[in-house]
Write a protein that binds this ligand. Structure first.
Ligand code: GAR
Length: 213
């Protein structure tokens, strides 16, 4: 369990966004920066897939976009070390996973202690892993949502920064529910990044505590 007594930040405002696909959360971060709701610079966007639509979104916004393909590296550690080298070179100190569909290894976690965020389409700890919206429908919950959390070595299990609840409607299918959750994802991810970058918080057990100033 991550533990911090002294508190964090403020961070430098250079962030990286790691993606695997569509990149709509990346777009919400780009838009929040452009609109002045989030003071940050996206130093680099990294994808593990060359066909990720999000790479083009980054280039359209004038952001460096890099594909690092896992098959070009020997194993997960070598892959994550290459990511760390790239992030250090670009002087990044907050890493935002946005639909990055890979487990991160110790190499990345140790390089960015309390410095990696993830967004997940459920109210964690419910429905971690793949197909969270399908899991929620199959379970029959009436409320699900979205969670932004610090990344630890356990899948979808780090201390929580922000959550938003979304009702499950009687006629929801995976597509309609996912679309409503996504609206909340796009709202809370830039807000969570802002909170983290502003500093003045610490991790106490599982809880992220904000200090009054
Ligand atoms: C988002 O719904 C995100 O929460 C989810 O992947 C989607 C990526 O969409 N992530 C996970 O399920 C991680 N466990 P995007 O590429 O349009 O941002």
């Amino acid at each position: 369990m991550p533990e911090s007594k002294k508190g964090h930040g403020p961070f430098s405002r250079r962030i990286a966004v790691l993606i695997s696909g569509r990149g709509s959360n990346l777009q919400s971060i780009i838009d929040a920066i452009r609109d002045g709701r989030l003071e940050a610079t996206i130093a680099v966007v990294i994808s593990n897939r060359a066909d990720a639509v999000g790479l083009q979104r980054a280039r359209d916004a004038g952001i460096e976009a890099v594909c690092l393909h896992p098959r070009d590296f020997g194993d997960r550690d070598a892959y994550d070390r290459a990511i760390v080298d790239l992030l250090r070179d670009r002087r990044v100190d907050l890493v935002c996973l946005a639909g990055f569909m890979r487990l991160v290894s110790a190499a990345l976690l140790q390089a960015f202690p309390h410095g990696i965020l993830n967004i997940h389409p459920s109210l964690l700890p419910a429905f971690p892993g793949l197909d969270a919206q399908r899991q929620a429908l199959d379970h029959g919950v009436r409320v699900t949502g979205a969670t932004v959390h610090l990344v630890t070595s356990e899948l979808d299990n780090g201390p929580i920064i922000l959550q938003a609840a979304v009702p499950v409607l009687d006629d929801d299918d995976v597509d309609t529910l996912s679309a409503r959750i996504l609206v909340e994802e796009h709202r809370i991810y830039p807000e969570a990044i802002r909170l983290v970058l502003d500093g003045g918080w610490s991790v106490d057990g599982r809880r992220v505590r904000r200090h009054t100033r």
